[in-house]
Design a protein around this ligand. Structure first.
Ligand SMILES: *[C@@H]1O[C@H](CO)[C@@H](O)[C@H](O)[C@H]1NC(C)=O
Ligand SMILES: *[C@@H]1O[C@H](CO)[C@@H](O)[C@H](O)[C@H]1NC(C)=O
Ligand SMILES: *[C@@H]1O[C@H](CO)[C@@H](O)[C@H](O)[C@H]1NC(C)=O
Ligand SMILES: [Cu+2]
Length: 697
């Protein structure tokens, strides 16, 4: 029968034919199989997401411990589907068994808005008579409606419309010419779109009207720049060559490089998911993190005028960082020898779709790893660093977010995010001041103040699952100047505060104490320092959430209330603002605040914990950000502390090394090389190829 055929199809996929790693994203075949199994029982559905339901941790651990006797975790699809009348279904499909194991109608929620959902809105907006009328009022005649564009956003939450109808708000723009940036021509009104009926149900019109901007276009693409200022002509090529290939290996989706081992997953929502991260410490493979990902973000805007309070996009929970990911096929995004990975998703109709080259994996030179010169004799050792970068880039309407997960040779993991793209803009009357809630970045263009707050989910596995998180502050010795314990008043130390229970497991950033957080395994001491082995979260771009306590954003984005939350591990707690984020009122708050409220006394000491870190920046736009922003980087570091017994990168071959006795015996010191290299750079009298004699690699 059909069901048997489906079971065969599913077991063929997960059986010997293709043996997926349990953490691998669903393949196109698995997505198709999951949809086919659902269709056996339910028709007339749109598919919002079909993604890997990750194996339960205990089950996975058991299987890892004894792969021969313990059952291999099943491949399970997590399905979100939408039926007529905004009915939302959450389901699980066991692909090994070829059957639906959970199917629920979930009331009062709206799943995220997909690219396909977004693309419908513009055509509807252009035909709507009320929108045409509003366009006329700001100076756009009906025959020019093809020049009207919109960026559809989730509505966030609007108390007038609630959560039961699936809505989007259309941020309106105009393009004088199809190649002009629309962000120079924002329109002052905001239509609201009903996704069920595919019609405009309301238009928010401001009290003060603002006509269409009359400034000339300002554009960033090459044609425009060539015509305007022209290009700089003094750049010579920089070529990256890896003549012997790359230094990493990839087995399926497991990446090995410089003692690191990591599985690279991907999903529609978080984008890259790194799991089972281990470091080979001289033959001893030590677990470091079980899983890490960017789990959520919120971008609240700071203009109090209605309806701008609705602008606070949760780009991951409301749109999906994976769904919006760019295809890096052009090879412009990473330089060098690249390994790409594709990403597979479901579309609205239930068919699998592939984004080619969604993930880029490559190595980069990373400057000096360590160096020391003995000032008395010119002997020197300098070792250059290399880094491995796993990256993807996603476009959230106007903004680009470039996400780089970086592995270093010294055991450090770094998350770097670069912000680029275009500011969200609003109209301005001639002579009107954009201050204090925004900046006039170009004549007639108001870019509102906003924040970009990212939530990093870290599931530490520092030499095992039983971990404890400490807040670490640099503080003065308590004794007053002149006291016995601190006579000269110069004493200071690292004060550690254990984050012991769910209700107390939260903390804010404090730059004045150089605050960091340690994920420690208190069962294992470093033999030298007698301190627990740990990984330290070092993050210095940590603004507090500016929307006030009790505000709409504060209620909806509970994760952003503190820089760090620690929670007890639970398989189902992946989404810090809730599973379905669009149109949540925040009453009650979903995600982290709800988990804490459910278990306030939950123990966090020496157990399996998750650390949630909210970081980012507050963006006061300025003309330099326009018409496209130069990328602004932000960095978070995860550094081994008391984890190793010495610099773990000592065994990286040096670029140059000489001992005092070698220099005394006639070997080159560092100064000779410096001279030779500088002569070469400026093409002096030095003969070609001279640099090869200097001993630098
Ligand atoms: C450097 O790269 C450019 C552009 O890809 C190429 O045309 C050129 O031949 C390369 N030069 C060398 C020395 O490899
Ligand atoms: C995790 O990594 C270790 C070594 O790096 C490996 O032995 C183990 O099988 C991996 N587990 C999974 C689930 O990939
Ligand atoms: C540096 O260059 C000079 C002459 O250009 C040469 O005699 C000398 O051997 C070079 N030294 C090294 C260390 O390559
Ligand atoms: Cu910004």
């Amino acid at each position: 029968m059909v069901l048997e055929r489906l079971q065969q199809m599913a077991s063929h996929i997960t059986g010997q034919a293709v043996q997926h790693h349990p953490s691998d994203p669903l393949s196109t075949e698995e997505i198709a199989a999951a949809v086919a199994i659902v269709r056996q029982e339910y028709s007339d559905l749109f598919y919002n997401a079909v993604t890997l339901w990750e194996p339960r941790k205990m089950e996975m651990m058991r299987w890892l411990a004894s792969p021969k006797t313990a059952p291999r975790p099943h491949r399970v699809a997590d399905v979100v589907a939408i039926g007529r009348g905004s009915k939302v279904y959450d389901g699980l499909v066991d692909l090994d068994e070829g059957k639906i194991v959970r199917w629920e109608l979930t009331e009062g929620v709206q799943p995220l808005i997909t690219m396909e959902d977004l693309q419908i809105v513009e055509s509807v907006v252009r035909k709507d008579p009320k929108v045409i009328e509003q366009c006329g009022l700001v100076g756009i005649p009906p025959q020019d409606m093809h020049k009207v564009y919109c960026d559809p956003w989730t509505i966030g939450y609007d108390e007038r419309f609630g959560s039961s109808v699936r809505l989007q708000q259309a941020l309106m723009y105009y393009r004088p010419h199809p190649d002009d940036s629309q962000y120079t021509y924002p329109l002052d009104f905001c239509p609201i779109f009903n996704a069920d009926t595919q019609e405009i149900i309301h238009i928010d019109v401001p009290k003060v009207r603002r006509p269409l901007n009359t400034a000339p276009p300002i554009n960033y693409h090459a044609d425009a720049v060539a015509k305007d200022t022209g290009f700089r002509n003094d750049l010579k090529p920089i070529n990256i060559t890896q003549p012997e290939g790359v230094s990493f290996t990839v087995d399926g989706r497991t990446l090995s490089w410089q003692n690191w081992n990591v599985h690279v997953g991907f999903n529609y929502r978080e984008g890259i998911v790194l799991s089972n991260i281990t470091f080979n410490d001289k033959g001893n493979v030590r677990p470091v993190f079980w899983r890490m990902s960017l789990a959520e973000m919120v971008v609240p805007y700071g203009n109090p005028e209605h309806p701008h309070q609705r602008k606070h996009a949760f780009d991951l929970g409301e749109y999906g960082g994976g769904y919006m990911t760019n295809s890096l096929a052009l090879g412009c995004d990473c330089k060098g020898a690249i390994h790409y990975m594709d990403a597979a998703f479901v579309n609205r109709a239930g068919e699998p779709q592939v984004i080619k080259n969604a993930i880029c994996i490559h190595e980069e030179d990373a400057g000096i790893l360590f160096k020391h010169t003995d000032f008395r004799d010119d002997s020197c050792t300098v070792t250059r660093a290399r880094k491995l970068v796993v990256s993807h880039v996603f476009t959230a309407a106007n903004y680009e977010y470039c996400v780089y997960w970086i592995f270093h040779q010294d055991g450090t993991i770094q998350l770097e995010i670069k912000l680029t793209g275009i500011l969200n803009t609003y109209s301005l009357n001639p002579g009107e001041s954009a201050a204090p809630w925004g900046t006039e970045v170009y004549p007639g263009v108001n870019a509102h103040n906003h924040q970009h707050l990212f939530c990093l989910r870290l599931d530490p596995n520092v030499d095992g699952q039983a971990n404890t998180v400490f807040q670490v502050d640099a503080v003065q010795g308590e004794g007053a100047v002149g006291s016995e314990e601190n006579f000269y008043g110069n004493a200071f130390y690292a004060k550690k505060t254990k984050m012991a229970t769910m209700s107390t497991g939260m903390s804010d950033y404090d730059g004045s104490t150089s605050r960091t957080w340690e994920m420690a395994n208190t069962n294992k001491m470093n033999p030298y320092s007698k301190k627990p082995v740990s990984y330290k979260l070092v993050s210095r771009e940590v603004p507090s959430l500016l929307p006030k306590d009790g505000s709409l954003v504060w209620k909806r984005a509970g994760f952003a209330r503190h820089a760090v939350h620690v929670t007890k591990y639970s398989d189902d707690q992946l989404h810090p603002a809730g599973r379905h984020v669009p149109q949540t009122s925040g009453e009650p708050s979903q995600g982290i605040p709800a988990w804490i409220a459910a278990d306030p006394e939950g123990n966090l000491d020496n157990t399996d914990v998750v650390l949630w870190h909210t970081f980012g920046l507050t963006h006061f736009p300025s003309p330099e950000d326009y018409p496209v922003m130069p990328a602004e980087p932000m960095t978070v570091l995860l550094r081994p502390r008391n984890f190793f017994t010495q610099n773990p990168a000592l065994d990286v071959p040096p670029s140059f090394s000489s001992t005092p006795s070698q220099v005394a015996a006639g070997k080159t010191g560092i100064k000779a090389i410096v001279d030779n290299l500088s002569r070469l750079a400026f093409g002096g009298k030095q003969e070609k190829g001279g640099s090869n004699d200097c001993g630098c690699k």
